[in-house]
Design a protein around this ligand. Structure first.
Ligand SMILES: [Zn+2]
Length: 123
């Protein structure tokens, strides 16, 4: 699995190192390294438009070979959120996506806090 971490207009977000380490551990736990995919994580301050109620997005493109995760630092009310909590949820979707599965919400909600705990133990 290849990894790219970017700010909204390219460049490195300030959380770059933390996100990189989080993804390294979660990929190990979720066994994502076996997939020949490129994961791009984009961090922005707040989502606008259609997705303004969300704080995280995950979507595949290029025939499932590339997966993009977008993280927002603030929700639609301007309240700061923990991007690692969001990332934990989205990493479950990355696994579903890499497996060619539909991105179901229930398994992601069910496992996100367990994954977060396991990763935080390693950081
Ligand atoms: Zn979700």
């Amino acid at each position: 699995m290849n990894l790219k971490i970017n700010g909204p207009r390219g460049g490195l977000p300030r959380e770059h190192d933390k996100i990189k380490e989080f993804i390294k551990h979660s990929s190990d736990i979720l066994d994502l390294d076996k997939f020949n995919i490129t994961l791009e994580v984009i961090v922005c301050n707040q989502f606008k438009g259609d997705f303004e109620d969300a704080v995280g997005l995950c979507y595949p493109w290029n025939d499932l070979n590339d997966i993009t995760v977008e993280l927002a630092r603030k929700d639609s009310c301007g309240v700061s959120v923990d991007i690692l909590e969001t990332l934990s949820h989205e990493m479950i979707h990355v696994r579903q996506c890499a497996n060619g599965e539909y991105m179901y919400e229930n398994p992601a909600r069910k496992h996100e806090s367990f994954l977060l705990d396991l990763v935080m133990e390693r950081m």
